[in-house]
Ligand binder design. Structure first.
Ligand code: SF4
Length: 61
């Protein structure tokens, strides 16, 4: 099952991924996107979130 990761040092906090996959990504108090605990890509379009990230901070494995 695919799992997404966000490189917090690369993320610029634009919020695009949290809009595309709100069940998977959430904005943290640091202003960066984080993957919710235990969340996976089932039922969302995290490939689209990955390709839409302007800085390539999302990886899926
Ligand atoms: S789309 Fe990329 S830069 Fe924007 S909040 Fe998500 S991980 Fe960060």
């Amino acid at each position: 099952m695919a799992k997404a990761k966000v490189d917090a040092s690369t993320c610029i906090g634009c919020g695009v991924c949290t809009t595309i996959c709100p069940n998977l990504f959430e904005m943290g108090s640091d202003g960066k996107s984080h993957v919710k605990d235990g969340a996976d890509c089932e039922g969302c379009d995290c490939e689209s979130a990955k390709s839409s990230c302007p800085v390539g901070a999302i990886t899926i494995e």
